[in-house]
Design a protein around this ligand. Structure first.
Ligand code: SF4
Length: 326
């Protein structure tokens, strides 16, 4: 077993809304080892982004953490003071967001923005402009961006979507980070450059020996990039396994349905998708939140929440079809 970098246990988060209190995260458990690449896969609205934003303590004001623990590099993130949080964001974790146009400020040049991020890292010598420029040029070159000096003088709107996302990757990794979080980093890009951006992200993380959490709704994207996958549904992790093991055998009915949605090169028609939708979080189902969409649901599933059960080494599922009495 590798050394733990992130350990999240029983995390419960909800949001105050006009309609009432929504119970989004329903006891989330996951971990990331040092140097490991982990994917969190699930439909839009299942709580993936809330899960990782909690790690950086950048949730919106309406969010409430009502239970659980987040430990990063041996420290409890939920009780960190301002100075420790600032260190966490400056040198511990960096995040690449889905939309590079929103992540980059349109009124500042790329150089200005990269310089500010590098300065905040507190690395040796970064108070000098030449050092910051040198680090920015190197980071842009490492993400295969041509003519980095020109890019530093450019404004985000002068660059293509693929270039902007590579700039975000360069910015996130210009100085050493223990963990990089990438939240759907290729969703807003043309299909032709999605693969290129993912490969750059993967190789940069491996070279820097950082850990990675990749958030995606696509099992295919996760398969290409990560060592281990968590399948998330309606606020909890329903299955976790090494990538190869999950593709060989899916235990949870939701993972099985998700897998059947991947288009196959061998044909077989268009995938139909999973019938139904993620339940509302104002009054979510009492037991297993997948029960209303599950063809194998039993009476017990509607009363009790299933807990994760290890079915084979390194492979677990939160479903009453497994474990004692199944
Ligand atoms: Fe289906 Fe029951 Fe398993 Fe939930 S616990 S996925 S409802 S079989």
């Amino acid at each position: 077993m590798g050394e733990r970098l992130v350990e999240v246990t029983g995390l419960r988060i909800g949001y105050r809304t006009f309609e009432g209190y929504t119970k989004v995260l329903n006891g989330v458990n996951y971990h990331v080892n040092k140097g490991e690449k982990v994917g969190i896969v699930g439909e839009t609205g299942c709580g993936k982004t809330t899960t990782v934003k909690a790690l950086l303590r950048i949730l919106v004001r309406q969010a409430r953490v009502t239970g659980g623990e987040i430990v990063f590099d041996g420290k409890n993130v939920l009780t960190m003071g301002k100075a420790e949080l600032s260190r966490l964001r400056g040198t511990g974790i960096s995040m690449i967001f889905q939309d590079p146009m929103l992540a980059l400020n349109p009124v500042f040049t790329v150089g200005n923005q990269m310089g500010a991020v590098i300065r905040y890292s507190g690395e040796q010598g970064v108070e000098k402009k030449e050092v910051r420029t040198e680090l920015a040029v190197r980071a842009l070159r490492e993400t295969a961006l041509p003519d980095p000096e020109r890019i530093l003088q450019s404004y985000p709107f002068q660059l293509s979507g693929g270039m902007r996302q590579r700039i975000c990757i360069a910015m996130a990794m210009a100085t050493p980070r223990k963990l990089v979080i990438a939240d759907e980093p290729t969703t807003n890009l043309d299909v032709t450059i999605q693969d290129q951006v993912l490969k750059i992200l993967k190789s940069r993380v491996e070279e820097k020996q950082s850990s990675l959490i990749l958030i995606t709704h696509s099992l295919g994207v996760a398969r290409e990039t990560v060592d281990r996958i968590y399948v998330m549904y309606a606020g909890s992790m329903v299955e976790s396994a090494r990538t190869a093991d999950l593709f060989k055998r899916q235990l949870h009915p939701y993972s099985q349905a998700l897998m059947s949605c991947i288009p196959k090169l061998s044909g077989g028609g268009v995938a139909e998708g999973i019938p139904g939708r993620i339940p509302g979080y104002l009054n979510p189902p009492l037991g297993c939140r997948f029960a209303p969409r599950c063809s194998r649901a039993m009476e017990k599933c509607r009363r009790e929440q299933p807990l994760p059960v290890t079915v084979e080494e390194g492979h677990s599922a939160a479903c009453f079809l497994y474990g004692e009495g199944s």
